[in-house]
Design a binder for this molecule. Structure first.
Ligand SMILES: [Zn+2]
Length: 124
């Protein structure tokens, strides 16, 4: 895989991010969802264009892998995540195996509205 920061940047800019409404008053962030075709089929959400399903899922997984390989450890609410900072945002997933990772999150780095501090464990 020859996946670069440009690929990652293109991906995150091409997504339609939603606001996580239940968190907006203490930890505002956005997210995108991705499901493999078989899961979408099981939930009757597959559009029956499975090449598109597979391409979208692959793009999501590539972005998640890029975060995991290039991110840094960040402690947030007693859990340690791998977060990647790009531009004004930090990107992370909950850390499940890639096959069961459905959500990619982003939040403004050091967002003053966030009531919970992120501790960057790999910084001096
Ligand atoms: Zn499909």
């Amino acid at each position: 895989m020859n996946y670069s920061i440009e690929n990652f940047t293109n991906y995150i800019h091409s997504r339609n991010w939603k606001n996580a409404k239940t968190f907006e008053h203490f930890a505002p962030h956005g997210y995108v969802l991705s499901f493999p075709c078989d899961k979408s089929k099981a939930e009757n959400k597959c559009q029956n264009n499975c090449d598109t399903c597979r391409a979208e899922r692959k793009a999501f997984e590539d972005a998640v892998i890029f975060i995991r390989e290039n991110g840094e450890r960040a402690k947030f609410q007693n859990r340690i995540y791998t977060m990647l900072c790009v531009g004004d945002y930090q990107y992370w997933t909950m850390g499940n195996p890639i096959e069961t990772t459905w959500v990619l999150n982003k939040a403004l780095i050091n967002d003053p509205r966030c009531k919970i501090k992120t501790y960057w464990l790999d910084r001096g």
